[in-house]
Design a protein around this ligand. Structure first.
Ligand code: PRP
Length: 219
């Protein structure tokens, strides 16, 4: 008899795309729960329970095993560096992480970089031998160069609209980002059948270019 799978889903812009993917895979998750204040959605017919979490918290729930699996952006995974398995590249919520500045930016002696991703940004500049002061912000990162808090930012670009509307330019693209399916290490073994079945269902509907199981799982 199969067990209930607890799935941590990110609230916000990834949710609808992830729910759409589940629907295509034959899992009848509602696409509008994100608009309500409900935090747990049970789907007994699919033997699943969805936990609606702040995206940055998804790997925390999964690492601690209160969710067996989760969906989260690669940006969050890189920044949080949690002890979880990365199972699938879902190919949704495609965007990029870039270094951004005002068009007249020049390398200066004092360089400040504002970002939601201080670990990723620090490592990136350190590896290039660039000394920068990294300032952690939690949102509206584009404000930082506009009001003089930082010279540059490291942030996500999807359509480029935010940059265009605020007169900023992309200096360098660091990484391509998509959403990933992650699993708790113990759940991956204890609920292997259920998780494998979900992976198989999802793989059938993932765009072919990304339908490769990520080879990062150690035995
Ligand atoms: C993200 C990101 C950019 C914007 C990019 O912010 O941090 O600001 O989206 O998207 P675009 O290229 O399509 O304009 P989000 O909306 O998640 O909110 P935040 O500013 O609170 O981080």
């Amino acid at each position: 008899m199969s067990q209930i799978l607890k799935v941590a889903m990110p609230k916000g812009r990834i949710y609808k795309k992830a729910a759409q993917l589940f629907l295509q895979a034959g899992i009848p998750i509602p696409t509008d729960v994100d608009e309500s204040r409900k935090l747990i959605v049970e789907l007994p017919e699919a033997k699943m329970e969805f936990i609606l979490a702040k995206p940055v918290d998804v790997p925390i729930y999964v690492e601690h095993g209160v969710a067996d699996i989760g969906i989260v952006g690669k940006d969050v995974l890189m920044e949080e560096n949690r002890d979880v398995y990365e199972l699938l590249d879902l190919g949704i919520a495609r965007c990029r992480m870039s270094v951004i500045a005002l068009p007249d930016w020049q390398p200066g002696i004092q360089q400040r970089v504002a970002t939601k991703y201080p670990n990723v940004a620090s490592q990136y500049f350190r590896e290039r031998g660039q000394q920068v002061e990294v300032i952690k912000l939690n949102g509206s990162i584009e404000l930082a160069p506009m009001i003089g808090l930082a010279d540059r930012i490291v942030d996500m670009v999807e359509t480029g609209q935010t940059l265009r509307e605020n007169g900023l330019v992309e200096m360098e693209e660091l990484f391509g980002i998509t959403s990933r399916l992650i699993a708790n290490r113990v759940s991956y073994r204890m609920k292997s059948e259920e998780i494998q079945q979900l992976c198989d269902q999802l793989q059938k509907v993932i765009q072919p270019s990304v339908a490769n199981e990520i080879q990062e799982i150690q035995s």
